[in-house]
Write a new protein. Sequence first.
Length: 212
Amino acid sequence: MNLVLMGPPGAGKGTQGEILSKRLGIDTISTGVMLRTAIKEQTEVGKLAEGYINEGKLVPDDVIVKIVKERLAKPDCANGFILDGFPRTTAQAEALTKSGVRIDKVLSLEVDDEKIVERLSSRRECSKCGAPYNVISNKPAQEGKCDKCGGELIQRADDTPETIKNRLNVYHEQTEPIKAYYDKLGLLVTAKGEEKLEDTTANVAKALGLEV
């Protein structure tokens, strides 16, 4: 399955992407993780993207499209993939379609803005491998440590209240219209994000036609 996973920041895309990756046996391709790795390593594209991300703004299309196309061309994507964080604009969605990349379904996780602000204050990620956690709904086995690689769990710099609200505004204005684009193509399915992780996972499975 070639899947696009979308929803507002903090909706749980990273967590659900990992669950689907294990269940379907395909990789999750997160542009956010790729970009943050570039920023940490201070590559040319990393320095360029750093300013945008820290302010809660979208990275320019040309930078993102180049990164995604290169990533999807790798052998591990041959049997399917889950795109998390791309496309973020209708222009990007159109560019992806024109590039010839086949998309089977587009899953939108639906969560109210008020819940998003609450969730992001408890979100953490591994400083080494980028694995997502939540100190309320998706705790690591050992506090402050990644279950996968033992790396330190950190809170992202862009998870401050002002930046969160800005990111939500950007999502509603620039990214949410993608749903209409994919709905016209007959590819859009939706799932409600619940308080409990297992409930959200069940909603996602049902939306994708998988056994709950």
